[in-house]
Structure formats: C-alpha cells, structure tokens
Design a protein around this ligand. Sequence first.
Ligand code: FAD
Length: 281
Amino acid sequence: MHSPMFSLEVFPPKRDAPIGTIYDALDGLEGLKPDFISVTYGHGTHADRTATARIANTIRKDYQIPTVAHLTALYSDKSRIDEALDLFEDAKVGGVLALRGDHLDGCEPVGVFNHANDLIAYIHERRPDLKIFAACYPEGHIESDSLDDDIAHLKLKVDAGASHLISQLFYDNADFYRFLDKAHAAGIDVPIEAGIMPVTSAKSVYSMAAKNRTRIPKAVAAMLDKWGDDLPSLRAAGINFAAQQITNLVANDVDGIHLYTMNRAATARRIWHNVEPLFAR
Ligand code: FAD
C-alpha cells in the first residue's frame, strides 16, 4: 500500500530566545516519526546564518531524525553559499531546500542568485550528491502573474536539479489538487508534499494570507468568526481542521504531508495523533 511521507518544519530560536526553547519544541515532537525535519533559514539583517546547521546537527545527533536545511539565495554571493553548504555537510543534512527568499525592505539583493533555479543549478553542480528540495505554491506565488506562469518557473527548478517539492500552506484541498494536475501536465514528476499550517490564531491566518495571497475558504472564515477571540476553542478547531485536511489529502494519494509546526509541539502532536493510523510506520 502507498504510504505518504510525513515531515515537519521547525525554525531556529531567535538570537535572544532562552537556549532551551528549541529543545522544548524538539522534545515535544518526539514520537511523531517524521521522515525528516526541515529547519528554516533566516536572511534578515539580524539573522544568525549558522543557526540552521546547528539545529539540524542537534536534530540528527540527539533525536536521530534525518534533516533538511533551508537556504536562501537573494542576499548571498557564491562564497556565502559555499560556507553554508560546508556547515550543512558537517551537520550531515539529508538535503537542502533551495529558496530565493523574500525581498527585504531597504536591502539591495546581491544579484548573483536572482531566482531559486539559479541557486539550485549552483548547488547541483557543486554537490551533485546532495538532494535538493524546492518550494511550490498551490495558489501561485504572490509575485507571479498566473498559476501557469508560476508552474513554468517551477519546472525550471526541477530541470535545474530539484528532486522533491514542498508546498506553501493552503486551506482548500481543491486548490492543491488543481495545482497537482497542472504541475503533472507541465511534466513535473518529482514528489510534491502538501504543506499544512494549523490555524492557531486569527491574526496569524490573516497575516499569512495577506503575505502569500492564500485564499481563506468559508470553513476557515467561519472558524475565525466564531472563535477568533477564544484561543483554546480556535486551537481545538484548528487541530480538527488540519487533521481533516490531511485525511482528505491522504485519501487522495498525495506524496506526502509537510506540517509547519511553528515550533508548537503540542499542537503538532495532537494533529499527528489524529492521523497517525493513515501513515504506515
Ligand atoms: P522562486 O522560485 O525564485 O520564485 C519567486 C518568484 O519568481 C515567483 O513568482 C516565480 O514565479 C518567479 N520566478 C521563479 N523563477 C523565475 C525565473 N527564472 N525567471 C523569472 N521569474 C521567476 N523563506 C525564508 O526566508 N527562509 C526559509 O527557510 C523559507 N522556507 C520556506 C519553505 C517553504 C516550503 C516555502 C513554500 C517557502 C519558504 N520560504 C522561506 C519563503 C520563500 O523564501 C518565499 O516564498 C520567496 O518569496 C520565494 O522563494 P522561492 O524559492 O519559491 O523563489
């Protein structure tokens, strides 16, 4: 029987966060049996660019879970990418999620890697053995003119060497299925994991939706209307909604589920316990 992949995403703690926070998150995620945990990469002016490799190393060594390190391109030259790849090699990561990254206000991009496919081609040439992941957008990336244009650009990433895709969050599975049909028709035949972000607060749903042009379907709008000011109820409804989304995706034979944990281990655990029997482990 086809069993989908299951992966988790965490972010490194902020520079001034107490040292224990990431361990609390990772301890809380123990027992979820993910195929891998991916660790995000910050490219803001205050970001600690070594944190991704450090956290990935901890996850592999202390929790024996394979890792994927995210890496962004816009504000890096080749030597900075080489440094990151060396750190990832030391941390024995299982792959790199190669991204362009967002434009930062008031910061001029370096101009070497203008799109993710440039970074993917570079990594593929430098480290042919390294598995390369890339991002995809079921509703189209916010800067793209159309979903078809965005999928044409996605194909460039796969042709440059990306062999595994992870999607942006979405709340309506119909959008994901439409995207899959178009991606397959465009000749994209690598595994595509569906990115699921649990609803935990109205503020975060609205800000993510505005940032990413994510559609808020009626079912989510109703949850926010009813429990937007009642965090415990909204969290319970959000866990239920994410579990239902995952159940429907697995029933439709998706390649995998990537859960954006936002380092909220208890929420991730409750979702997992709702869907665990659907994943052969
Ligand atoms: P690209 O693939 O370069 O696409 C960006 C835009 O340019 C799209 O509109 C696309 O259609 C267009 N485009 C692509 N290639 C070309 C081309 N060759 N010519 C012309 N147009 C082109 N951000 C972080 O800072 N750190 C993270 O750790 C991080 N992790 C993420 C994980 C996932 C799973 C996802 C979905 C996103 C993540 N992001 C992260 C956010 C990401 O950096 C932003 O969405 C960013 O705006 C786009 O990155 P990309 O790699 O998809 O860019």
